[in-house]
Design a protein around this ligand. Sequence first.
Ligand code: C5P
Length: 257
Amino acid sequence: DPRALVIVAAGSGTRLGYGIPKAAVPLAGRSILSRALDAVTAELGLGLLVVVVPPDPSAEATRQQLVAEANAVEATGVRVVVVSGGSTRASSVNEGLAAVQEHARHHDWSAERTTVLIHDAARPLTPPEVFQRVLQAVESGAEAVVPAVPVTDTIKQVSAAGTDASAELEIVGSTPARSQLRAVQTPQGFTLDFLERALEHTMGLSDEETAALTDEAMIAEHLGVEVAVVAGHPRALKITTETDLLTATALLQETPM
Ligand code: C5P
């Protein structure tokens, strides 16, 4: 059955503070995107790789570098399409999905039988086994699949401290049982059919509601579609801050990929 992978790499990386898009920030000598692309091996059996790069023309040299790194994957025999992202992760995913849909039309891929993985470039060390687990779960019949790991912190739901407007405090509302909580990673896997329904659903939402959707699995929850959970991996950590970059660098030095 057809398999496609969308890697979203259009984020600005503001929180990392390098002044260039996050995907272009060096991680032990190579860009975060190029490290993420190391996961794209023949074993994944991909018919299509879509890489979503920053749309910002002010970072044109960086953009060209990312485009070249993405296109280099064609040497492994995988068809690569590079598209420009949007201002939110969700809009970047939609640009990537449009490229998958176009490819699927041209190649007569059935939407029910096509698996689409959506992956953050910001998780460059995600091991191949996680990709395999997600692919397998979708191909065994799940419409939506997320890789997840147990959380180590106690997580509390908080809200603003009520009536006292001068206090910028938050107060604890509740504490969900930690044993039931998971931190969710990528790649997340879906049938193309589900993603097309999800797209229709989100077109009917307000901007505010759309902004609150931080991943595609949330749309499945809204639509009452079951989301299956498979084991994630500590190496699939997301690089957001300098600390994350240091952790990833240390992991690479320990066991180079
Ligand atoms: O910002 P954050 O770390 O949550 O982004 C997660 C992933 O989404 C990253 O790989 C980032 O490049 C991507 N993204 C995107 N377009 C945006 C924002 C984020 O492709 N506008």
